[in-house]
Structures are given as structure tokens and as C-alpha cells.
Write a protein that binds this ligand. Structure first.
Ligand code: AMP
Ligand code: FE
Ligand code: FE
Ligand code: ZN
Length: 283
């Protein structure tokens, strides 16, 4: 069982990298990718926690902005696998993304605090100074304050993109992010391109265009993808030579999805690893 997209407490998951590796092992996952948002800070702990019999793929999920194919732009997530984490351009860009995440968390927190009993400063003070703070952290504060019953409910009512408190953060232009990952020997995969409930999505033509700019694959099987959208994505991938992956996007108890709820087939995984020159998989 190959799960190529998971989050730890280093970003907005609820299990430490060590706990995440244990959860994966217990669930029968044979290949696990750690892909925290805009950071590689969990790589070392995950590397120390994995044990033979399981393969660890080190990666990250980059916050990007993509053309939407309709003349505008949308926010998009880009998975980068097996890139050199010391590449100076990646280090600098991820720092910029994390700093913007914290500024934005404070701003959203202050807006929400006008109506609900949460404290934005306290929220940020509890996170590590270099943390890729995200909306789920506000969701947890809202749960703790008794405003909502779960992080998922917080998203439905208060944190959603078209909701009253939403503030945008800085996102890397996706072509730039692909180029950075590529230059660092990594492999770029467009995360959940058709996750409609997260907000506006790209047209299929955008994926085709990015295929010509170094994008290696698209995440087809994802909990937020409808069956007909998966079929469309598979067709796009076949037409443009893109790899297809499947992953749970596990966030522990911040989401309701189980680890390995969606998986990647072995041939696609092997092809992905064969493209990488940044760092090795750990097996
Ligand atoms: P942010 O990175 O701050 O924009 O927040 C987006 C993150 O929130 C995603 O990466 C998911 O981890 C999480 N998320 C998005 N929608 C939901 C939802 N409906 N329920 C729980 N978590 C969600
Ligand atoms: Fe997340
Ligand atoms: Fe994502
Ligand atoms: Zn994710």
C-alpha cells in the first residue's frame, strides 16, 4: 500500500512524524510520503522513525498560485518529492511561504476574535516560531473554545475560502514552484487538482500546459475527487504523459480521512522515483 501524501504536526496534521510512521506501519502502508505544507522540518524525525520493511519518501506540499485557464488565477497545492532540501532557492521560498502563513493566521484570527472567543496571539505563540501555520490551527482553537465541535465543522462555517473571515496568503507562482523542485532534483505532482469543495479549481487545459513545463504528475485518487473527475484526470494524464498518484492526504484527527484511504499503484510510484535525483527514498 503506497500513500504519497500525509501531514504531521510539523504542519497541520495531529500526529508527530514518529506517530505518523507508526500509524502508517500499523495500517499496512509499505511506502509512506511525508508532505507537510511548505516545510521539510519533519524529514529528519520521520527518517529516524521509519524502519526496514517500510519505504519513506520525503516530500512537501507547496502553496502555489496557478492560472485557472479562464483568464484568472486560483490557489493550488503542488507536491514536491525527493528534492534536495538544502537547495537555497527552496529554503528561501519555503521561509517566505511560512512567514506569510503566520501573518495571515494572525489576521484571520483577529477577524474571528471579533465574533468568537479565540486569541490570535496566543494561538501563534503556541506554535513553533518557524511553523507553517494553517487554518486547521484556528479550527482547533475554535474547537477548544467550544465554538464548533470539530475542525471539519470549523471549515464548513467559519474558515472556508468564501467565508467571512478568509484572508489570502502569499503563494508561489506554480510554474516557479515546479522549476524550483525540478532544479533541486525533485518530482512535482499537482495535488488534488479537482478538489472542488476547497474552492475554485483549474481547467484541464492548465494541467496540459504545466505538463510541458516540468510537471511530472497529477494526484488523481484523492478523497475530495468525484468519480467523473478522476476519469477526466486519468484521460488528461494519459494524453500528456503525466504520472498519476493516489493518496489519503491524511491529517490525523484534523480531518475524517484514514491513512491509505487512497493509494498509488506500484508502476506509477516506480516511475516517480526513477525521475528523482535530489535525495534517495529511505528503505
Ligand atoms: P491553509 O493551508 O491554511 O489554507 O488551510 C488549508 C488546509 O486546511 C488544507 O491543507 C487542509 O489540511 C485543511 N482543510 C481544508 N478543508 C478542510 C476541511 N473541510 N476540513 C478539515 N480540514 C480542511
Ligand atoms: Fe493541510
Ligand atoms: Fe492540499
Ligand atoms: Zn495536503
Amino acid at each position: 500500500m503506497i500513500d504519497l501524501h500525509t501531514h504531521s504536526t510539523v504542519s497541520d496534521g495531529t500526529e508527530t512524524p514518529t506517530e505518523l510512521v507508526a500509524t502508517a506501519r500499523a495500517a499496512g502502508v509499505t511506502v509512506l510520503a511525508l508532505t507537510d505544507h511548505d516545510t521539510t522540518a519533519g524529514w529528519d524525525e520521520a527518517a529516524a522513525a521509519y524502519s526496514p520493511g517500510m519505504t519513506l519518501v520525503r516530500g512537501a506540499e507547496f502553496s502555489t498560485e496557478s492560472p485557472d485557464g479562464r483568464g484568472g488565477t486560483v490557489t493550488a497545492h503542488l507536491l514536491g518529492y525527493l528534492f534536495d532540501p538544502a537547495a537555497p532557492e527552496i529554503v528561501a521560498e519555503q521561509e517566505r511561504l511560512r512567514a506569510s502563513r503566520r501573518d495571515r493566521l494572525r489576521e484571520m484570527g483577529e477577524r474571528i476574535a471579533a465574533d468568537h472567543p479565540i486569541d490570535a496571539d496566543e494561538l501563534l505563540a503556541r506554535l513553533p516560531p518557524d511553523s507553517p501555520a494553517g487554518r486547521p490551527h484556528i479550527g482547533q482553537a475554535l474547537v477548544a473554545a467550544g465554538v464548533v465541535g470539530s475542525v471539519t465543522e470549523a471549515f464548513e462555517h467559519l474558515l472556508r475560502k468564501d467565508g467571512p473571515y478568509y484572508v489570502e496568503k502569499y503563494n508561489t507562482p506554480i510554474a516557479t514552484a515546479i522549476a524550483l523542485i525540478d532544479a533541486a532534483g525533485g518530482v512535482a505532482v499537482f495535488a488534488h487538482p479537482f478538489a472542488r469543495k476547497k474552492g475554485p479549481i483549474v481547467e484541464a487545459s492548465v494541467l496540459a500546459d504545466l505538463a510541458g513545463r516540468g510537471l511530472a504528475g497529477i494526484e488523481v485518487d484523492h478523497p475530495d475527487h468525484a468519480a467523473d473527475d478522476r476519469a477526466t484526470l486519468r484521460d488528461v494524464a494519459a494524453a500528456h504523459g503525466l504520472l498519476t498518484t493516489g493518496s489519503s492526504d491524511y491529517h490525523g484527527t484534523n480531518k475524517t480521512t484514514e491513512i491509505a484511504a487512497e493509494t498509488t499503484v506500484r508502476e506509477q510510484y516506480d516511475a516517480l522515483v526513477a525521475r528523482a535525483t535530489g535525495v534517495e527514498v529511505l528503505a
